[in-house]
Ligand binder design. Structure first.
Ligand SMILES: [Zn+2]
Length: 179
């Protein structure tokens, strides 16, 4: 009975220790994303955004926002970090990886995270904070939740036979890789 109790205490202690270590790791990678954001912000590369991609404790890629530096509206920290990590591992999927980003990903970056097959996201500050400092992440989430015809951007569908031919050829294409 006594041995069993000690055994239980040891197990709980080990479990708590592992949980604490995991939490510390998450915090360390989030701090790194803030550092990355700070570097980019101070260099004038873009907004105060940084991201780190980690798999099994190893950093696959990290980046900050470079929208201003590269004159690229899609050069958000998460997209840049995904590009960096994917090039590093030479794979368009980052299966099993976690992304740490100082801000909640915007809808574009969240889409890129899905495309990259990253299934875990940690962030420090939400879309409300991003809104407060002048960015439209929250607005975009609200906009995308509206029906297409109620959005600010006009979207039209026009079918063409060229498109039909493209689809026919795609259907018949052998050895195509789906992602
Ligand atoms: Zn983004």
């Amino acid at each position: 009975m006594f041995i069993n109790s000690i055994d239980k205490i040891i197990k709980i202690t080990i479990f708590t220790f592992i949980r604490m270590k995991e939490k510390m790791d998450h915090l360390a990678f989030l701090k790194l994303s803030v550092e990355e954001a700070l570097d980019g912000m101070r260099a004038g590369d873009g907004g105060p955004f940084g991201a780190v991609i980690v798999r099994r404790g190893k950093i696959l890629g990290k980046a900050h926002n470079t929208v201003l530096k590269s004159h690229d509206p899609s050069a958000h920290a998460e997209v840049n970090a995904i590009r960096n990590a994917s090039a590093h591992v030479q794979d368009h999927h980052l299966t099993g990886a976690t992304i740490y980003t100082n801000f909640e990903p915007c809808p574009m970056c969240l889409g890129a995270i899905y495309w990259a097959d990253i299934r875990e996201v940690y962030y420090c500050a939400g879309r409300q904070v991003a809104e407060r400092i002048g960015f439209m992440d929250k607005h975009l989430y609200e906009e995308f939740a509206r029906p297409t015809q109620d959005r600010e951007i006009s979207t039209s569908v026009i079918t063409t036979t060229d498109m039909d031919r493209l689809l026919d050829e795609w259907d018949l294409l052998e050895g195509k890789i789906l992602y």
